[in-house]
Design a protein around this ligand. Sequence first.
Ligand SMILES: [Zn+2]
Length: 172
Amino acid sequence: MTILPIIKHANEILRVTCEPIAAVTDQVRAFMDNMLDTMYDAPGIGLAAPQVGDMRRIVVLDCIRDAEEDEKQPMYFANPEITWVSEELAEYEEGCLSIPGIYENVTRPAECKVSFLNYDGDLAEMHCAGLLATCIQHEVDHLNGVLFIDHISRLKRGIAMKKYKKQQAETM
Ligand SMILES: [Zn+2]
């Protein structure tokens, strides 16, 4: 089990657009396993490669909160691409392992379709709804250098960032 250090806002690495991978190799799978260990350890329900300083388009998720060991449902996405979003919107309170302690309501499409390469390297497509739809959109945003705080009003972001900076200063 390898726990990778998580990169925090406002590190510029989190603002870089990540590159697609050519194929899901054993090396990629090992990295996905480390990402998952890191995510469960944090604990979190999603993690994108740039959050651990890797500029490849790779995401892991497990949207079952507080799952026991036998209920875990890890999901692996390489080169995920949102191919469709619903007109219907949904609001969830989001947080991010790279912006610890900050939680804000974000409105996104309620459902989406995502195409990706799975753990075996096969092309797959998934229809996502509920928390999973929010999670995958949040993680794909990371691959494009976008953070959930970019989706809230400038006023709310200002207040949240003031709180975040104060917290970060206190934990240093
Ligand atoms: Zn995040």
